[in-house]
Design a protein around this ligand. Structure first.
Ligand code: PLP
Length: 444
């Protein structure tokens, strides 16, 4: 354990499950952030969830600000989504043939995001970005990629890379098990830095297949693109015959009915070439997608030469959950999300200000996060320059008071339309004590 623990809250049932899990699952978790390594302590094992609330194995209730990392935009176990899943499951779980639900889900996505004429359904955001990168390389016949530091696109080998020693040099692997050859065609640039992008294209433009970017980064905390940045990406890629891949796995259908693109696009001279989606469009089930213009998508097997496949792709139950979720994302839902995000971020800001804790709140639609530092955050280096010890104390005070934040200072806070006045009031009431805990831990 790091440092003193000012939060001696015990979770015996979760601890027992963690002990069991550790014996058979590495670290006891199936995705690393769930292990609470950044905040220390015992991750809570959830037993059920309803609306804005999570219920853990010890029978405690938490107002949920993780939302399964984005998908649960309507709240947990939404009755219409439950009904859609029950109906689909009764009709069979998976056919290994095409079926109507996947067509309806694809139609819903295409109808919402103008530049996306066709999508291919997959089972995770990682698969979506991996496939989009392969397609971009297939279309252009070029090997190299550009990504931005602090943007996360799933655990794709070529995208688990960090910057080499110079701005326009190829990257180094970010994980053991990724060979230099897999990361070595990736250039990692600072986000919101147009001159760095111009320099990379000046040097390597003829070899660059695509630039991949989070439509609005949310995986280093929320760091919106500076005005004109995405338009510059569009213009520079187009000028060099490279594609622009907009990763909307997090932002898609969350920032608004057409994702971040709907808020900020189009970007003259045009829209991004390829988009990736996940999270909300699966409604909590494994479903994701990548898409774009029909002429680009025609390069995929079976019509074209770029191979891509999946046993469970377009799964009828997952597609039904995603479709019911997207259909539930009405204008009223987006209005409610904005209200809830506004109330919770304002209460956190007021409490931190009153306690004298340096902080910076950044928002993108209903997505927001708080950096424990002063001043705007425009790139990953700035995001990293914050007081994670203060965050840790803040997190544990909230957890003890029944509010479950993402267990890292580098994550977006996710609200749902099911966050009613009771849930919001519960979160707001917990903020002053959390801010005082953060103040006590600041600089430690
Ligand atoms: C979550 C996320 C991914 C990865 O999706 P998985 O379903 O976890 O594989 C990719 N890109 C972005 C922007 C994400 O937020």
């Amino acid at each position: 354990m790091m440092g003193p623990m000012p939060y001696p809250m015990e979770a015996p049932a979760s601890q027992r499950l963690l002990d069991r899990a550790r014996a058979v699952i590495p670290g006891g978790v199936n995705s690393p952030v769930r292990a609470f390594r950044a905040v220390t302590g015992t991750p809570r094992f959830m037993a059920s969830a309803r609306g804005p609330w999570l219920f853990d194995a010890d029978g405690r209730r938490y107002a949920d600000l993780v939302g399964s990392w984005g998908p649960m935009i309507l709240g947990h176990a939404h009755p219409e989504v439950v009904a859609a899943v029950e109906n689909a499951a009764r009709a069979g779980f998976s056919f290994g043939t095409p079926s109507e639900n996947e067509v309806a889900l694809a139609e819903e996505i295409v109808s919402r995001v103008g530049p996306v004429e066709q999508v291919r359904l997959v089972s995770s955001g990682t698969e979506a970005t991996m496939s989009a990168v392969r397609l971009a390389r297939g279309i252009t016949g070029r090997p190299a990629l550009v990504k931005f530091a602090g943007c996360y696109h799933g655990h794709v080998d070529a995208l688990l890379a960090h910057a080499g020693s110079g701005v326009a040099t190829f990257a180094l692997p970010d994980s053991a098990g990724v060979p230099a050859s897999a990361a070595g065609e990736t250039l990692v640039l600072p986000y919101n830095d147009v001159p760095a992008l111009e320099a990379a294209f000046a040097e390597h433009g003829e070899r660059i297949a695509a630039v991949i970017t989070e439509a609005c980064p949310g995986n280093m905390g929320v760091v919106p693109p500076a005005p004109g940045f995405t338009a510059a990406l569009r213009a520079i890629t187009a000028a060099h015959g490279a594609l622009l891949i907009s990763d909307e796995v997090m932002t898609g259908f969350r920032c608004g009915p057409a994702g971040w693109y709907g808020l900020e696009g189009p970007y003259p001279p045009g829209a991004p070439d390829l988009f990736t989606f996940g999270k909300v469009m699966g409604g909590g089930f494994p479903a994701a997608a990548f898409g774009g213009k029909a002429e680009h998508m025609a390069m995929l097997a079976p019509d074209g030469p770029v191979y891509q496949a999946g046993t469970l792709s377009g799964n009828p139950v997952a597609s039904a959950a995603g479709l019911a979720t997207l259909r539930g994302c009405t204008p009223e839902v987006y209005e409610r999300l904005a209200v809830v995000a506004g109330q919770i971020s304002a209460a956190a800001g007021e409490a931190l200000t009153a306690a004298g804790v340096p902080h910076r709140i950044q928002r993108a639609g209903s997505m927001f996060s708080i950096f424990f530092r002063d001043g705007a955050v425009t790139c990953y280096d700035e995001a990293r320059d914050q007081d994670t010890g203060a965050f840790r104390a803040f997190f544990h005070s909230l957890l003890a008071d029944g509010v479950h934040l993402p267990p890292s200072a580098f994550e977006t806070w996710f609200v749902s339309a099911a966050h009613d006045d009771e849930a919001v009031g519960h979160v707001v009431a917990a903020m002053p004590a959390a801010a005082r805990a953060a103040a006590a831990a600041a600089g430690a």
